[in-house]
Write a protein that binds this ligand. Structure first.
Ligand SMILES: O=C(O)CCC(=O)C(=O)O
Ligand SMILES: [Fe+2]
Length: 322
């Protein structure tokens, strides 16, 4: 196996003491240091690993177990969808499924551990976004970035199960980048998650108890326009990096082939939590170019402005199926 030119996803600790409790000057200093580390990893590869007391390992394991039961139970399990092209099934949950009447319909699958896990993701999302806000050093108020996500109107959680496969299997999840602000991902440790850097697919390391964090297109684009219009700092954008879940037949993989073959003998479960901005968040910020945003949404053309979302609410209405 080759080694990557730089660390694919460094492990960073985000403790509740530093990020959720205001413990004064020393925590502000720590926030500055950690924020810079977080941002520089997200500028280099778009990925990092976080560990935190906010997401205890036992809770993560229980949620993964409950997700596996939901996805692998009898065929009448609610909301389970087979993906049209990838060899996987999934359940997509959003804020409405947390409401009492919807929740009642999802019993006994939407377990207390899955609910607790979701709530921990919401807290951790705020810490990650606060760290990015502090580390970017381009916001007048570094808290703005997390504040734009505090209502959690568009949070969504996808439970994923990849059944056992064979040595001739290619991608279990096709190459894509995520759509919104950032994703918090837990996996059961079965290998295969890879990211594309410098033309090669590098494996993302698994650290028990840690979560994978990656940046979505929306936040990547926002940091591109924000930094480009900041005269003092020419800050590199955060990257919405392509990623996939590889199999032994996937092309251009830097993973150990025997590890990928072994992974096929097992089912693989993961939970992706997607953080998106609240409804009233202006996607093109003051002082940034709406033209840049339009160009991005319309695939490089400034001419066709139809179907362009300018606020997070519009973006959600237009959200494409993945
Ligand atoms: O299953 C995984 O490890 C990755 C899933 C993913 O990238 C996604 O659902 O967006
Ligand atoms: Fe993804």
């Amino acid at each position: 196996m080759e080694s990557s030119p730089f660390e694919v996803a460094p492990l960073i600790t985000l403790s509740s003491e530093v990020w959720l409790v205001d413990s004064g000057k020393s925590s502000h200093q720590q926030q500055q240091e950690i924020g810079k580390e977080v941002v520089s990893a997200l500028q280099r590869s778009g990925f990092l690993l976080i560990q935190s007391d906010i997401m205890p390992r036992e809770l993560q394991n229980q949620a993964l177990q409950d997700a596996t039961s939901w996805l692998t139970g009898s065929s009448s399990n609610p909301l389970v969808t087979t993906h049209p092209t990838d060899p996987k099934s999934y359940v997509m949950l959003d804020a409405k499924h947390k409401q009492d009447d919807e929740l009642a319909l999802l019993q006994p699958y939407f377990t207390p551990a899955l609910m607790e896990y979701w709530n921990a993701c919401e807290k951790l999302k705020m810490c990650v976004l606060r760290a990015i806000g502090v580390g970017l050093q381009v916001l007048e108020n570094p808290e703005d970035l997390s504040a734009w996500h505090s209502q959690s109107e568009h949070s969504a959680m996808r439970l994923l199960y990849y059944p056992p496969a064979t040595a001739t299997t290619g991608n279990r999840c096709k190459a894509h980048s995520d759509y919104g602000s950032c994703t918090l991902l837990s996996t059961d440790g079965v290998s295969g998650l890879e990211i594309l850097l410098d033309g090669k697919w590098w494996p993302v390391p698994h650290v028990p108890g840690a979560m994978v964090v990656n940046i979505g297109s929306l936040l990547s684009e926002w940091t591109t326009t924000t930094s480009a219009h900041d005269d003092k700092n020419n800050v590199p954008p955060l990257l919405a990096t392509l990623h996939r879940v590889a199999g032994p037949a996937s092309e251009n993989s830097a993973s150990d082939p025997s590890v990928l073959r072994q992974a096929m003998a097992q089912g693989r479960t993961s939970i992706a939590f997607f953080a998106d901005p609240d409804n009233d968040t202006p996607l093109a910020q003051k002082g940034t170019s709406i033209e840049d945003y339009i160009a991005w949404r319309s695939g490089g053309s400034h001419e066709d402005r139809s179907g362009i979302a300018f606020t997070a609410a519009e973006q959600d209405l237009m959200r494409p199926e993945k």
